[in-house]
Ligand binder design. Structure first.
Ligand code: ADP
Ligand code: MG
Length: 328
C-alpha cells in the first residue's frame, strides 16, 4: 500500500482511549468490565457484494459496519464498551479511509464504544468487527437478554418499523420504483441503521427473550421459537410500517416486513404484567415499540414457524407467492 500500514492506522483509526485500559499500539488491548458485570462479545463480517453494494457511500459503510455489531449487543441488553476492526483493503484509498473512519468513529463516539485494536491487510474489501459490551451478572444468572426464555402467553413486540431496507434493495434491483424522497428515506434505513442500544438496556429484567432482526422477522423469530421451544401467532396487520411502505402494494409490504432483512430492530417477548414497563422502556429510549402477536405452545404441525393471522384472526398464507414474485 502506498500509505504504509502503520501510518494508515495512525492517521485514520488510532485515537486516545477513554474508558479502556489499553488501546491501539500494543499486542493486545486491555478491557476492564465493571465489577459484577459480564463481558458480552459478538463478531460480524461485511463482505462487498454480499452485505453492501460497491457503490455505497464509504461514510455510511463505516456507520453500518459498526451498527450491525452494536445491534447484537443491543439484542442482549449489553452496554457497549469497545470494538476491534479487521480490515482488508484492495488499496490504501485515502478518500475512502477518511470517509469510512468518520462514519465508523462518529457512531463509536455516540455509542460510547471505543476502537481498541484490529488488523489491516491488503485484499478484497472486507470488514470484520468484534464488539465487547457488559451486562450485569446476577445471583440468579446472567442479566443478558437471551433467545431462549419466551413462554406461552407472552406478548411479542418489535421496535421501530420493518421492511424499509428490503424495499430499498428492491429499488436497487429494479423490481420497484420510488420517487426521490421516498427512495432517500428507505435507502437511509438500509445504509444508516440505528442500533437500539438504550432500548435493549432498558428492557433488562422485563423481557423473557430478545433477538435483533437482521435476516427478516420470520427467520429471526424462528430462532427465538426454536431456542425457547414455543410457537407464536403474528398479527400481520399490526406490523409497524413506515409511511413509504404503507403506500406500497400489500403483498410487497408483507414480503418486506416479514422476510426483508437488514432491519436491525429488536424483536422480543414479555409477560403481560410487564406491558407497561415495556412501553415505558420504549418511551425512555425514544423508540416505537409495537405488540405484533403472542407466544403460544409449540404445535407439532407448525414447528418453529409462527402462525400468521390478519386483523380478524383469519390465517394469512401469502408468503410463498410474494416470494416467487420477488426472488432473484
Ligand atoms: P500485530 O502484528 O501484533 O498483530 P499489528 O502490527 O497488526 O500488530 O497492529 C499494530 C497495532 O495496531 C495493534 O495494536 C493493532 O490492534 C492495531 N491495529 C491494526 N489494524 C487496525 C485497525 N484496522 N483498526 C484499529 N487498530 C488496528
Ligand atoms: Mg496484525
Amino acid at each position: 500500500m502506498s500509505l504504509g500500514e502503520f501510518d494508515l492506522i495512525a492517521r485514520y483509526f488510532d485515537r486516545p482511549v477513554r474508558r479502556s485500559a489499553l488501546g491501539i499500539g500494543d499486542d493486545c488491548a486491555l478491557l476492564t468490565p465493571q465489577p459484577g458485570m459480564q463481558l458480552a462479545v459478538s463478531c460480524d463480517m461485511l463482505v462487498e457484494g454480499r452485505h453492501f453494494l460497491s457503490t455505497v457511500d464509504p461514510e455510511r459503510l463505516g456507520h453500518k459496519a459498526l451498527a450491525v455489531n452494536l445491534s447484537d449487543l443491543a439484542a442482549c441488553g449489553a452496554e457497549p464498551l469497545a470494538f476491534t476492526l479487521a480490515l482488508a483493503l484492495p488499496q490504501a484509498d485515502e478518500a475512502f479511509l477518511a470517509a469510512f473512519s468518520r462514519g465508523l468513529l462518529t457512531l463509536a463516539d455516540a455509542s460510547g464504544c471505543e476502537l481498541i485494536g484490529g488488523d489491516t491487510t491488503r485484499g478484497p474489501l472486507n470488514i470484520c468487527i468484534s464488539v465487547f459490551g457488559q451486562v450485569p451478572l446476577r445471583a440468579t444468572g446472567t442479566g443478558a437478554l437471551l433467545r431462549s426464555g419466551a413462554r406461552p402467553g407472552d406478548d411479542l413486540y418489535v421496535s421501530g418499523t420493518l421492511g424499509d431496507a428490503r424495499l430499498a434493495l428492491e429499488v436497487f434491483r429494479g423490481t420497484v420504483w420510488l420517487d426521490g424522497s421516498s427512495f432517500d428515506a428507505v435507502r437511509k434505513a438500509m445504509e444508516l441503521p440505528q442500533p437500539r442500544i438504550s432500548l435493549g438496556m432498558g428492557l433488562r429484567g422485563l423481557v423473557s427473550s430478545a433477538i435483533d432482526v437482521s435476516d427478516g422477522l420470520l427467520g429471526d423469530l424462528a430462532h427465538v421459537l426454536q431456542r425457547s421451544g414455543v410457537g407464536a401467532v403474528v398479527e400481520v396487520d399490526s406490523l409497524p410500517l413506515s409511511e413509504v411502505m404503507r403506500s406500497q402494494p400489500l403483498s410487497l409490504q408483507r414480503l418486506c416486513a416479514l422476510s426483508g432483512g437488514d432491519d436491525y430492530e429488536l424483536l422480543f417477548t414479555a409477560p403481560a404484567e410487564h406491558a407497561a414497563g415495556v412501553a415505558a422502556a420504549g418511551a425512555a429510549a425514544g423508540v416505537a415499540v409495537t405488540r405484533i402477536g403472542r407466544i403460544t405452545e409449540r404445535s407439532d404441525a407448525g414447528g418453529a414457524r409462527p402462525r400468521l393471522v390478519d386483523a380478524q384472526g383469519r390465517p394469512v398464507d401469502h408468503l410463498e407467492r410474494s416470494f416467487d414474485h420477488f426472488r432473484t
